[in-house]
Design a protein around this ligand. Structure first.
Ligand code: BES
Ligand code: MN
Ligand code: ZN
Length: 493
């Protein structure tokens, strides 16, 4: 789907389909409040006002009627109720877009004039409406059917015209880049573990570098990581036949010497738990344990697409966590690249083991900020559910800036505390620290572990365990937290 802006909201004739909002009338009974509704009603010989009178159509949220037009002008006119202006939040607006699209998606024609950006709401500005529309529409057209042999459902290729001031053009471009980046993130997440291996992620990173001469990709193999002393990262892949990789994508869009913003992604392409093996139920979903990596690779694609004026480095720590006679065992002790030693008390707490070495590696870029993104803990889902990602940071102001980026991007995140009192839970009898901190505050102690390797820079950790994918009948990668990351980088640039 393509998108464009149109300043004028009064034209009916240019599109094959048009979507018109029906707002709640201030006087009580619903009426045709806008000129465009009146013009459409005239074109349809009064059918819209008749539908309102007969009760078939109202301004109630998501109530809609599709009118077919045999005469001049658009072939179909969808009128949809937008509900009370003070109730039309970002979340509701997204639902409105999805509801409208579901009415015309089977045959929208070549051009859809979408006037929902003019919907009456006290909660959203037009930029937000543009963003939500583009992201929701691209999501609605997303398919992951490459492994289905009988593909039937091809989304229509339509040009959607949004009614908005041309000042929203930059927002449109950012939103489209973000939406495409979410699709890349979704694809990488949804790919099965036997396809999306650490080597596959490395290939995708090389492909990004081909798209722009501002980008270089470097992949460190196990032997090079060995030389660097990344024994913690390497311990995770020891039980797997798939070689571990450290993937570095370097984007130079800023001035030479500008400190880069670094994004680090957890790229466990399958997390069986290792010797501390997970129970069988829903274990297939552990192919999604590389969604942190997918989101930072996605964010990098958006950065390239937008030509962001900043230096950005993406680091992906990738391995497959498997049990075998060569796998690491509970009680094993490894020396990290930082020199600190870690006692692996549970091989299923592997995310922090790959991230700690990647975070130490980040030091060499003299970063302005570092954000790591990981499906790190089940405990994060207990704390925040599936709606909100967790932020933990060694700098409260930085955490706040990420929460603001999340709010702007409708990709929410919330800060959890990380006081020093939690650090004691990581004490080990035999090494500098253990890799688990007991049952309580699991999302926090995981971040505390990472904080031991981020003392030299401004750092935040995003735990996306609850938000990166949905389970059940609609199982699939969500593309979160790409919007937050892109907005964060735009705000920093
Ligand atoms: N990848 C998992 C976390 C996870 C579990 C994310 C379920 C989403 C859904 C991580 O590697 C893990 O296994 N964490 C353990 C840590 C524990 C052993 C301290 C967990 O959360 O149970
Ligand atoms: Mn695990
Ligand atoms: Zn994991």
């Amino acid at each position: 789907m393509q998108f464009s802006l149109q300043q004028d909201a009064s034209q009916l004739d240019t599109a094959s389909s048009i979507i018109l909002p029906l707002a709640k009338s201030v006087k009580g009974n619903d009426t045709l409040t806008t000129d465009i509704l009146k013009a459409a009603d005239k074109l349809l010989n009064g059918a819209i006002s008749h539908a309102i009178k007969s009760g078939d159509l109202s301004s109630k949220f998501k109530t809609s009627q599709l009118f077919l037009n045999a005469g001049a002008g658009p072939d179909r006119i969808l009128v949809i109720g937008t509900g009370a202006a003070d109730k039309l939040s970002g979340r509701k607006y997204r639902q409105l877009i999805q509801a409208a699209w579901s009415q015309i998606s089977s045959n929208p024609g070549s051009n859809v004039l979408n006037q929902l950006t003019t919907a009456d709401t006290t909660c959203l500005d037009v930029h937000s409406k543009v963003r939500l529309t583009v992201e929701a529409m691209v999501q609605a057209c997303y398919r992951f059917d490459q492994f289905k042999t009988d593909v039937k459902d091809v989304p229509p290729s339509t040009n959607m015209i949004l009614v908005a001031d041309t000042k929203a053009q930059a927002q449109l471009e950012q939103s489209f880049a973000t939406a495409q980046a979410m699709n890349l993130c979704r694809d990488l997440g949804n790919l099965p573990g036997n396809v999306c291996t650490p080597s596959y992620l490395a290939e995708q990173a090389h492909k990004l570098a081909e798209r722009s001469d501002k980008v270089t990709t470097e992949v460190l193999e196990e032997a090079e990581m060995e030389t660097l002393g990344m024994h913690s990262l390497l311990s995770v892949g020891k039980g797997s036949a798939e070689p571990s990789k450290l993937i570095i994508i370097n984007y130079k869009g800023g001035e030479e010497g500008d400190q880069p913003h670094v994004l680090v992604g957890k790229g466990i392409t399958f997390d069986s738990g290792g010797i501390s093996i997970k129970p069988g139920a829903a274990m297939d979903e552990m192919k999604y344990d590389m969604c942190g990596a997918a989101s930072v690779i996605g964010a990098m694609q958006a950065v390239i697409e937008m030509g962001l004026k900043a230096n950005v480095v993406v680091i992906v720590a990738s391995a497959e966590n498997m049990p075998s006679s060569t796998a690491s065992k509970p009680g094993d002790i490894y020396t990290t690249m930082s020199g600190k030693t870690v006692e692996v008390l549970n091989t299923d707490a592997e995310g922090r083991l790959v991230l700690c070495d990647a975070l130490t590696y980040a030091e060499r870029f003299n970063p302005k900020t570092v954000v790591d993104v990981a499906t790190l803990t089940g405990a994060c889902i207990i704390a925040l559910g599936h709606h909100t990602s967790a932020v933990l940071s060694n700098d409260d102001e930085f955490a706040a800036s990420l929460m603001i980026a999340g709010t702007q991007a409708f990709d929410s995140a919330w800060q959890l505390p990380m006081g020093e009192e939690y650090q004691e839970q990581l004490d080990s009898n035999f090494a500098d620290l253990g890799n688990i901190g007991g049952r309580s505050a699991g999302a926090i102690t995981a971040a505390c572990f990472l904080s031991r390797f981020t003392e030299s820079f401004t750092w935040a950790h995003l735990d996306i365990a609850g938000t990166a994918w949905t389970s059940g009948a609609k199982k699939g990668s969500t593309g979160r937290c790409v919007p937050l990351l892109v907005q964060h980088l735009v705000n920093q640039a």
